[in-house]
Design a binder for this molecule. Structure first.
Ligand SMILES: [Zn+2]
Length: 365
């Protein structure tokens, strides 16, 4: 049996197998991982949530027909849930967590909850890059309680399958390379105005644990302890939310930076340590000046660090891709070990995008 026939044969016998399997023995030690595209689970982040139940049914039927299984809206659940139930699509609640640019109530009542940079400026009064970059400090216990309360309000919708955490990180100490010219800055190292958090709680707690005020570190970017301290603040918060969510028999998912290394370096996000059921890394290749095939590398890097039980769906940035590139990106992701993709966003899709993606999702391995 030649390789092509063998692949055809095995893919047709794979129905019911939940994910890929390793054929390395069959190919004399060469690593070949077969994944049946039909078994992929595919998602879409939903930014435009208006519309009636009927509007939503129409929009979701299109997604369903293309091979999509789950959507991530931020609001309008009362309308979206009944439509999604009729069509047979899962609803997950997309929660913008630590970035609180539009939370005017918290901004007024609790200005002390907001992160402070190494220059001593609050992200509330002097946000970096854009006006909405006002961030809760994850070291503060009242911030945990506030977010857990928001999660519990979302969980009151029993149809919601997962809480999907987004902006669960520090502000970018370094922006993705292709975004820097947009803000007319060059970030060849960590600069103090983008480096968070040096609020009173962070300084005091770090000093208690490690004996030094982080403001007195000679080179804070090189301090392993200071990095770990910050990774741990976010990880502790996520894992606390995971306990709440799992107690209600729901799942926890998150939108994260594309690879563990990039996530730790740019935004102090050590997501392989989080108690997630699924991770949706934003593998937006164009943000990092990379070609499409980088998506496969990013999936492999993530897989190397993730627990085997954590599902991985590659976030794809639709506006950067024509229809052929989108289909190719799906294949790169799946063949590298992803369990599916997540689109940013469904409304950026043109007719040709849908057609090509549907074809590649439904063709099987
Ligand atoms: Zn702080």
């Amino acid at each position: 049996m030649d390789r092509k026939t063998f692949l055809k044969y095995t893919s047709s016998t794979l129905a019911g197998v939940a994910s890929g399997f390793n054929l390395s023995k069959a190919f004399g030690g060469q690593k070949v991982r077969l994944r049946n595209h039909k078994l992929s689970k595919n998602w879409a982040w939903i930014t435009e949530t208006e519309g009636s139940v009927d509007d939503w049914k129409y929009r979701l039927e299109k997604l369903k027909k293309a091979g999509f299984d789950a959507i991530l809206p931020q609001k309008n659940f009362d309308t979206i849930i009944p439509a999604a139930e009729k069509v047979g699509i899962e609803v997950h609640a997309w929660l913008v967590s630590l970035q609180r640019g539009s939370d005017t109530e918290a901004q007024q009542k609790h200005p002390e909850w907001f992160m402070v940079n190494r220059k001593g400026q609050s992200s509330l009064s002097d946000p970096a890059y854009v006006d909405y970059y006002k961030w809760f400090c994850p070291s503060r216990k009242p911030v945990h309680e506030y977010l857990r309360e928001e999660v519990s309000e979302l969980l009151a919708y029993t149809e919601i399958k997962s809480i999907h955490l987004d902006y669960i990180r520090y502000p970018d100490v370094i922006l993705p390379i292709s975004l820097q010219p947009k803000y007319d800055i060059v970030q060849d190292k960590e600069y103090s105005q983008y480096d968070y958090c040096y609020c009173s709680v962070c300084r005091q707690r770090f000093k208690e644990q490690y004996g030094t005020d982080p403001l007195e570190l000679k080179d804070p970017a090189q301090s392993r302890e200071w990095k770990l301290y910050r990774y741990n603040q976010v990880t502790t918060l996520v894992n606390k939310i995971a306990l709440d969510v799992h107690e209600q028999n729901r799942l926890l998912t998150a939108a994260v930076f594309p690879t563990p290394d990039i996530a730790r370096t740019l935004v102090r996000q050590n997501w392989p340590d989080w108690d997630l059921d699924a991770v949706l890394p934003m593998m937006y290749h164009n943000f990092y000046d990379k070609g499409l095939s980088w998506i496969a590398e990013a999936v492999k890097e993530a897989r190397n660090e993730l627990p085997k039980t954590t599902a991985l769906y590659s976030g794809l940035f639709v506006p950067a891709m024509d229809e052929k590139e989108l289909a190719q990106a799906f294949e790169y992701a799946m063949d590298a070990g992803a369990d599916g993709i997540s689109l940013f966003t469904d409304t950026a899709m043109k007719g040709k995008h849908w057609k090509n993606l549907r074809r590649v999702i439904q063709k099987g391995s």
